[in-house]
Design a protein around this ligand. Structure first.
Ligand SMILES: Cc1cc2nc3c(=O)[nH]c(=O)nc-3n(C[C@H](O)[C@H](O)[C@H](O)COP(=O)(O)OP(=O)(O)OC[C@H]3O[C@@H](n4cnc5c(N)ncnc54)[C@H](O)[C@@H]3O)c2cc1C
Length: 506
């Protein structure tokens, strides 16, 4: 167990989540709120005095700063509202709409896009108190509040030997991940998190409460499957499908720099795995990390496969090249427990583009990233990681065949999402690291476009704030989303007053 913990520790350090070498403090500046915001904060305080947190109060730093993964996402809301029920959110939406006050909504606080889940001088609705989890009698479904993390969900399902399709690490929030799509270890068999939501309880911009299911508010139900947070309403309860998986086999593997091309080829092969009806649920977190001290890279694999077969068959391509490997039979809850992502560790930007599953192209993108990292190696607290994520044909097939579909509208083809995840210490380097990420990714994407192997798909969870995921969805799906938005938010409460993150254009 101790060895496993050490190995996980190594792998986690190799992920982007290592502490930067320099201690970092965030500075909170209080902004004088405009009259619309003062109106909303005052009325919210009158309606529910115990739910309001104001600057200077004990809980304010917890809410405005400590609840965010990315230091850049810590902002200074004029007031924080912590509703306890859907009715209180309804009241809040009516007040916010009548005052015309800008607002933001926070679930798990992991989206590293400043302004997506927090707001300077506006109203922050923090969903921490929505921490209900109810497993149904048959345990085929679980109802989850948007204040929960995926670890909470896996823990609730663990006694039943069941899992849900959610986040791969411990502390990612349920609402954000589910509304943007949701990459899990078992996508290749069950589709994405969004494909496994049976119903959404939603408070609309005008305060109305609806439950969207396949048969009721069907268009809203569809739009919430990948259309992002912030666009249609605030989800106060998700009912998720669950799957039997009393045991999983995990594999943690570490690769040295010379093995990285082989490692990336194995990632591409994993994207192509497709055994139809006989598919074994299996997936991974794969990362290549640059060490700023040694100026070398290493790669890591955190793999999970359903069942108790040792070694896990779906990772044989990796095992043949790994320098350190450790396999274990455990539960998803126990594995996720080791994969924490603490808040406020660094400033961090993501950017990603997508290609068809082509090993040569993926390796050349990695090599270009490896070389370009040297250009910013003097940035203090630098933590650069190259992250390839896979989309298998079977993952896309679920939405194609379930009669519902999702916003992404992907074809059944293997794709690789290649992502740069770059952390650093100081605000003075924000522009430099962000520009570096953007320009490098755009240059490499243009090469792949020319080669005819680029895909325009963008995943909101892996994207930079300047990227437009909607431009990568099928045009007819974007038109359909806009129709849903107009119909469910006719006065444009979300369009006009909640503009952070990936919002649908007007
Ligand atoms: C360390 C790390 C690991 C990650 N791992 C994975 C992974 O394994 N798989 C994966 O798919 N993604 C992963 N992601 C991406 C992650 O899914 C997104 O950042 C996601 O938005 C996080 O959800 P959250 O609830 O924590 O988000 P928040 O930051 O709280 O919210 C994200 C967005 O959703 C909106 N929102 C939140 N709650 C609601 C609600 N109830 N109703 C309407 N809108 C709402 C917010 O306003 C915001 O715009 C990871 C991100 C990080 C930082």
């Amino acid at each position: 167990m101790k060895y496993l913990a050490q190995l996980v520790g190594t792998a986690i350090a190799i992920l982007t989540y290592a502490t930067p070498s320099t201690a970092v403090t965030s500075q909170v500046e209080y902004v004088t709120p405009p009259k619309e915001v003062s109106c909303a904060c005052r009325k919210l305080a009158l309606a529910s005095p115990r739910r309001i947190v104001l600057p200077g109060s004990n809980n304010y730093t917890t809410q405005a700063t400590d609840s965010y993964w990315d230091i850049r996402a810590a902002l200074s809301p004029a007031c924080v509202f912590l509703p306890n029920s859907a009715d209180e959110i309804s009241t809040a939406m009516r007040i916010i709409g009548s005052c015309d006050a800008p607002f933001a909504v926070r679930g798990g606080g992991h989206m590293n896009i400043p302004g997506s889940n927090n707001i300077d001088g506006g109203v922050l609705l923090a969903l921490d108190n929505f921490n209900q989890i109810t497993v149904t009698n048959s345990s085929n479904t679980v109802a989850v509040g948007p204040g929960q993390t995926w670890y909470d969900v896996y823990s609730a399902l663990d006694p039943y030997g069941r899992v849900a399709v959610g986040g791969r690490l411990k502390t990612i929030g349920v609402p954000g991940l589910t509304l943007i799509g949701g990459f899990h270890y078992f996508n290749n068999k069950y589709g994405f998190a969004m494909d496994n939501v049976i119903s959404y309880d939603v408070v609309l911009g005008n305060g109305t409460q609806v439950t969207a299911t396949r048969s009721s508010h069907g268009e809203l139900f569809w739009a919430l499957k990948g259309g992002g947070g912030n666009n249609f309403g605030i989800v106060t309860r998700f009912v998720l499908r669950t799957f039997e998986a009393p045991r999983v086999t995990t594999t943690i593997q570490v690769f040295n720099e010379s093995a990285v091309p082989g490692f990336l080829s194995a990632v591409v092969e994993a994207a192509k795995l497709d055994d139809g009806e006989d598919t074994i649920a299996a997936g991974m977190v794969a990362t290549v990390t640059y060490n700023t001290t040694t100026k070398s890279v290493s790669a890591s694999l955190l793999g999970v496969q359903e069942g108790a077969s040792m070694p896990p068959s779906q990772f044989a391509n990796f095992s043949s090249i790994s320098t350190v490997a450790r396999n274990n039979v455990t539960t998803l809850k126990e594995f996720a427990a080791t994969l924490d992502t603490p808040m406020q560790m660094f400033r961090i930007v993501f950017v990603h583009k997508t290609i068809k599953a082509d090993a040569e192209a993926l390796i050349s993108i990695y090599e270009a990233w490896r070389e370009a990292v040297e250009q910013i190696s003097d940035v203090e607290g630098l933590s650069p990681t190259f992250v390839p994520n896979v989309i298998s044909p079977a993952a896309a097939r679920v939405a194609k065949s379930n009669g519902i579909g999702n916003v992404w509208g992907l074809e059944e083809e293997p794709l690789i999402i290649w992502q740069f995840s770059t952390g650093w210490a100081h605000a003075r380097d924000d522009l430099r690291v962000e520009s570096w990420s953007r320009l490098l990714s755009e240059r490499l994407h243009a090469i792949n476009q020319e080669k005819g192997i680029a895909s325009e798909f963008i995943y909101m969870g892996d994207a930079g704030e300047w990227q437009d995921p909607f431009a990568g969805f099928p045009e007819e799906n974007v038109a359909r989303l806009k129709t849903v938005q107009r119909s469910y938010d006719p006065s444009g409460v979300f369009t006009r007053l909640n503009w952070g993150g990936f919002t649908l254009s007007v």
